[in-house]
Design a protein around this ligand. Structure first.
Ligand code: ADP
Ligand code: 5GP
Length: 187
């Protein structure tokens, strides 16, 4: 009997500002067929972000409902906002044999590993702490207070690297995008 071919769920995590969105955007430019789950969040859109593209932007009440109705595969509070992965499309894609990519925080990654032990957790690490601070500050999308909060969270995330199956260091966006794609390939 042929070995069962399982579609793979890949989770990409790493500290805020390390370059997760940049890497995923580059990978999808080269490989538009790769599907990335769109999360729901109570955070306000940044300039250029569109509802249903980067996130589904929802109110606190709407987020409460998503939780109550069991519609989220996982969710977490991160630096003052809530974020969650809608369950339905992830399951449908995996059932159809397609690889699925989630870009979520450490708490979410742990929940996914717990409920779906076959998933692969990928940690995106910065080349150095100073470079992480430079990237987060240089992005220019958050106030100094929010940057401070995210850097506090980053210390916790960096300390959890060993919980992940693989670490990729984001020195070159192109290289990391290629490595991530290779990890996502269904075996
Ligand atoms: P995250 O999604 O992890 O919070 P972003 O993708 O928004 O991070 O990246 C944060 C900042 O770092 C952005 O300004 C982005 O252009 C920059 N950046 C991302 N990857 C690299 C890299 N490999 N080298 C230099 N700058 C990068
Ligand atoms: P940002 O506000 O910078 O877009 O995202 C902040 C953090 O929330 C990042 O670490 C990002 O990976 C994470 N995040 C985004 N979507 C989700 C989600 O659906 N669930 C969880 N747990 N974290 C998420």
């Amino acid at each position: 009997m042929a070995a069962e071919v399982r579609p793979r769920l890949t989770v990409l995590s790493g500290p805020s500002g390390v370059g997760k969105s940049t890497v995923v955007a580059h990978m999808r430019k080269v490989h538009p067929e790769v599907w990335l789950s769109v999360s729901a969040t109570t955070r306000k859109p940044r300039p250029g972000e569109r509802d249903g593209v980067q996130y589904f932007f929802v109110s606190d009440e709407e987020f409460d409902k998503l939780i109550a109705n069991g519609e989220l595969l996982e969710w977490a509070e991160f630096a003052g906002n809530r974020y969650g992965t809608p369950r339905r499309e992830v399951h449908d894609r995996l059932a159809a044999g397609e690889p699925v990519l989630l870009e979520i925080d450490l708490q979410g990654a742990r929940q996914v590993k717990e409920s779906m032990p076959d998933s692969r957790l990928v940690f995106l690490a910065p080349p150095s702490w100073d470079e992480l601070v430079r990237r987060l500050t240089g992005r220019g999308t958050e106030s100094p207070e929010v940057i401070e909060r995210r850097l506090e969270a980053a210390k916790v995330e960096l300390a959890a690297e060993s919980e992940f199956d693989t670490t990729l260091v984001n020195t070159s966006v192109e290289d990391v995008a290629r490595e991530l794609l290779a990890l996502m390939a269904v075996e």
